[in-house]
Design a protein around this ligand. Sequence first.
Ligand code: NAP
Length: 367
Amino acid sequence: MLFSAVTPRITATATANPSLLHHSSYLPAISLPFSSSFSKPLRPSSRLRICAIDAAQPFDYESQLQTQYLKSTSLKIAIIGFGNFGQFLGKAFVRHDHTLLLHSRSDYSHIARQLNARFYTDIHDLCEQHPDVVLICTSILSTETVLKSIPFQRLKRSTLFVDVLSVKEFPRNLFFKYLPQDFDILCTHPMFGPESGKDSWVGLPFVYDKVRLGDDDEERVTRVGRFLDIFAKEGCRMVEMSCAEHDRYAAGSQFVTHTMGRVLERFGVESSPINTKGYETLLDLVENTKGDSFELYYGLFMYNKNSLEQLERLDMAFEAIKKDLFGQLHQVYRKQLFGNSEEEKRTLRSVQKFLPNGAHVEPPKES
Ligand code: NAP
């Protein structure tokens, strides 16, 4: 292996500058202590020179340096809640050479093995490994129960707690309520999921709020930077905003998107041979939202104080559109029924008599 890896480099370098092969001080010459089955045994005089520093060498300084660098930048990240979204994020963390420790209500040891990560069925065992970052990735509804079950006393005093919940004020308040004062807090929301981010995260929004950081400690600042770097390096659009701002925007966009996706799914949109571009967008919307659990959707509604208002606005908008359509339809019917406006006025007057409070009935506007 060593022989075959080195030979092409020597040839290439020698072709470019043949004098190098005769220049004994270019790089130290080494003799290979073996003969392979596809080469003649090396005679003492046939010396092999290594002419490229990234060629495999008995002491590979470069790879040592690389390992040291990775170790120094790698984080020990504990994911608590290793369901749909936890697994999706876990794969990215591994891609960025971070160490994963996992815990969930269900046993995901088999998936952990595939990721070269360790799954802990007992949360105490996980905490005793002293992760740098604890990432809460449980359902919104179960977050409080899960937080209460974490033995904080087993963690390092400066541990960084991160959440990825789709609502932000709620986990921030829970962190303030339950976490020891020394812990750092980063609230985040990757605004994409296993479906919308399956091919790439480039350009997808990642919202974060550095809620509490030990600012005077450089290491803690670096640590949070390294965590955010995972998403920045994947090409996410990094958006720093407060949890309250996030919830206001998300109710108007994400909650409405999920609601429409669910309405259309229940309505039963199906692909046809004459799909328009607009209709394809609707099918994509259903596809994007149907993978998410109802629990997640309910969490968006229940734990974002702005969602109810958006649901009501949606309802009102739907009613208003129906009214516009039926109003138009009535007008056409009336014309067909009465033909002239005198007769129409008489009918309206007689209808008015039957209204409980004698309210005035507006004649339909001509368009
Ligand atoms: P989810 O249904 O919101 O959450 C599933 C996770 O919650 C699983 O890990 C599950 O554990 C855990 N869980 C549920 N009930 C539990 C309980 N009573 N006790 C302990 N653990 C419990 O689905 P998800 O898509 O995986 O989302 C996880 C989090 O990521 C949510 O907070 C969501 O808002 C956020 N998020 C999701 C997306 C997305 O696209 N899916 C995007 C951004 C953010 P087990 O699997 O072990 O049962």
